[in-house]
Write a protein that binds this ligand. Structure first.
Ligand code: C2E
Ligand code: MG
Ligand code: MG
Length: 594
């Protein structure tokens, strides 16, 4: 009818042969019907009606067809069973038996689309009568993306982004699981602390992106070598493995060896080949600890030991290590107060030119420990470097050495060792400037001895740092040359004033031809760059003669003089032996002598 009106027409014949016509305005009904159909048919959510007894699909909307990838005809010849993954068929039947078509969208079902994709859907369904059948109408919410996102977040929370290995959070979970299990069945397990040796070098020399690539490849190999044993990356180049494999502890050692073996073949990245090795510390439950804290601490102590006993080692925890670690920690605690208590002091070792003249002294720090006696720098400098004490100690040494040297003969210089850590952290240039100013020592008489450890971090940064120091007018010597990562390219790019050949080469002079070759090469190289060479650790006249013959410029060692208190060298530095200030043992600045 005009105006989109609908009229239902009914005609009935009467017995008399007449007819009765009934006209009913059904416009409202029609509109409601249309909007209901629209609600179902055009609903953006997949909806369907299913027979709760036969599970046949009785009606499907367009969204269902689109979502599942079937035509309507196909779908109307299917049952809901065809929509579920086969593994859930059993569950589907029991759902319908129990709920008679009532479902709430609390948990998800796994459905399968026409092209075989598995999707996660939540279904909300209500029973109804449809064409005289017991049925239900269902709405489906596709949760696949959300579920994936949730899983991804869950995965990220317990996996390391770089290597995709489990992370520290996962270690805690795994540990408590394994611990519970071991307690219940009275078994054991082993914790392995794993650390790459000198991995920092790759980052330092080739940049972090190369370091990351190497780490990814190394992690992948370790994961394969772990053969299903739990392996996690807990930081930089540190990993943890937890194994319950019998027989312990040998299975743990086997695992550690397998992990090391995985790195035997160098790692090749962008045309560079990296040789990596790792150190492993192992603790075993319950022998080495009964809870997470003690087991990790024990494995860590064993790792610490492995690292300090040359790299590439595998060590089981022993109670002695615990003692060593405790000793070390005690030493660190005591070192903290040593500077304040005035327990540090300097000895000076003379440096001599090949013409026989003393050119200066190297200041070497010692620690007069109240109980242990004299502690050597080889023992406490590494501890100071591992803690945050090196800055304070380094500054003290510098101040003390400059104050002392300011009182010496004008031409004598003082050499002070600077730790790589001091170089990296803190304001070394500022400290040196202040100390020079305070002491009045002419900058040219101060020589800073650096090792190539300072260069390894970042050559460009080290170079600019050295240049900043050079601006102050101090000299720079490269200490222990030949032992570290010494690369010839450094020599050229850095503002050095002197190279010190490491004493190990001098000690073996005359015993191996190779050291002579090294000494000769270093001297040739340094002279080529216009740098003088000082030989360390000269103990015999034979060594001295050889060095002079090879053209070595300067020498230092027991033959020339041992590190001693400055009073021993009073006549060289130009001070009176009977100086009352020194006799009283005070180490203060004296009025500049001569
Ligand atoms: P270094 O700078 O290479 O110092 C030379 C070391 O060789 C000193 O050991 C010295 O006593 C020793 N030495 C000298 N001549 C001979 C010799 O003829 N034969 C032998 N066998 N050894 C000789 P020291 O004093 O124990 O120092 C060890 C290392 O500790 C130093 O090596 C240096 O790296 C570090 N060190 C010393 N003092 C300081 C300091 O004030 N600050 C920092 N950061 N490190 C320091
Ligand atoms: Mg030195
Ligand atoms: Mg040295």
């Amino acid at each position: 009818m005009p105006g989109d009106r609908w009229i239902r027409i009914e005609e009935r014949r009467t017995a008399e042969g007449g007819s009765i016509g009934i006209r009913v305005d059904i416009t409202d009904l029609k509109r409601r019907e249309a909007s209901f159909r629209l609600l179902f048919e055009e609903n953006p959510l997949p909806m369907w009606v299913v027979d709760v007894n036969t599970l046949e699909l009785l009606a499907v909307n367009a969204a269902t067809c689109r979502h599942y990838g079937y035509s309507r005809e196909q779908m109307l010849s299917m049952t809901v069973e065809d929509l579920r993954v086969p593994e859930e068929t059993e569950r589907l039947h029991s759902e319908f038996r129990q709920n008679k078509g009532l479902q709430t969208a609390q948990d998800t079902r796994r459905h399968i689309t026409a092209d075989g994709r598995v999707i996660d859907v939540a279904i909300e369904a209500r029973p109804l009568r449809y064409n005289d059948r017991d049925a239900c109408v269902a709405v489906a919410f596709d949760m696949t993306d959300r579920k994936r996102a949730e899983q991804r977040i869950l995965h990220l929370a317990c996996h390391d982004a770089l290597t995709d290995l489990p992370n520290r959070a996962a270690v805690d979970d795994q540990f408590s699981r394994v611990l519970d299990d071991a307690r219940r069945r009275g078994g054991g397990f082993a914790v392995l602390c794993i650390d790459f040796d000198r991995f920092k070098q790759i980052n330092d020399l080739f940049g972090h992106s190369m370091g990351d690539k190497a780490l990814r490849e190394a992690s992948r190999r370790l994961d394969v070598a772990a053969q299903g044993v739990f392996l996690a990356r807990i930081g930089g180049d540190e990993f943890i493995a937890i194994t319950e494999k019998d027989p312990l502890p040998s299975s743990a050692e086997l695992l550690a060896n397998r992990l090391r073996g995985a790195l035997e073949r160098g790692i090749e990245i962008d045309g560079h080949c990296f040789d990596l090795d790792l150190s492993v510390g192992i603790s075993v439950y319950p022998r080495d600890g009964e809870d997470a804290r003690s087991l990790f601490a024990s494995a860590d102590a064993a790792l610490y030991r492995a690292k300090h006993e040359g790299r590439g080692a595998i060590r089981f925890f022993t109670p002695a290590m615990d003692q060593q670690l405790r000793d070390r920690n005690a030493l660190e605690r005591e070192l903290r107060s040593a500077v304040g208590n005035g327990e540090l002091f300097l000895e000076y070792q003379p440096q001599r030119h090949s013409n026989g003249e003393i050119i200066g002294f190297e200041a070497l720090v010692r620690w007069q420990h109240p109980r242990r006696g004299t502690v050597t720098p080889a023992e406490f400098i590494p501890i100071a470097e591992e803690s945050d004490l090196i800055g304070e100690i380094g500054e003290w040494v510098l101040r003390e050495a400059c104050r002392e040297a300011a009182s010496w003969n004008d031409e004598l210089q003082v050499a002070v060792n600077v730790s790589a850590i001091q170089f990296r952290r803190g304001d070394l240039q500022g400290v040196v400037r202040t100390v020079l100013h305070e002491s009045g020592l002419p900058p040219a008489r101060l020589e800073l001895e650096i090792t190539d450890g300072v260069l390894i971090e970042n050559v460009a940064r080290a170079a600019s740092m050295l240049n900043a120091l050079k601006i102050l007018g101090v000299r720079i010597a490269l200490d222990d040359f030949g032992t570290g990562y010494s690369s010839l390219s450094y020599l050229q790019s850095l503002p050095l004033d002197r190279i010190k050949i490491d004493q190990s080469f001098i000690a073996s002079l005359g015993r191996t031809d190779r050291s002579l070759a090294v000494v000769r090469a270093v001297i040739g190289l340094a002279h080529g760059l216009g740098l003088p060479v000082l030989a360390e650790g000269v103990e015999t006249n034979d060594q001295l003669r050889t060095l002079i013959r090879e053209g070595c410029d300067e020498m230092q060692g027991y033959l020339i003089g041992r590190p001693r208190s400055v009073e021993v060298y009073a006549d060289i530095v130009g001070r009176d032996r009977e100086d009352p200030d020194h006799a009283s043992g005070e180490r203060r600045r004296l009025s500049p002598a001569r």
